[in-house]
Design a protein around this ligand. Structure first.
Ligand SMILES: [Zn+2]
Length: 69
């Protein structure tokens, strides 16, 4: 039998829990179910802040440039 399957449909697109964008959920995405490392770290950071009440969030917010729309 010389007809290997082209793609074992193990990959699919899910919604990234951090940015609500499309995320590849499969062996090639190390950050699944997140779309990227950044989103994973962001989510873990938010979780940690919520759990432990770290003041780090306020500090990073103050460090950000003001929004001008
Ligand atoms: Zn994301």
């Amino acid at each position: 039998m010389s007809s290997p399957l082209p793609h074992p449909s193990a990959e699919r697109i899910v919604t990234c829990p951090a940015c609500q964008g499309p995320s590849l959920y499969g062996p090639t995405n190390a950050w699944r179910p997140f779309c990227s490392q950044r989103c994973k770290l962001t989510d873990l950071g938010a979780w940690a802040s919520e759990r432990f009440g770290l003041p780090e969030t306020m500090e990073s917010t103050a460090d950000m440039p003001p929004l001008h729309t």
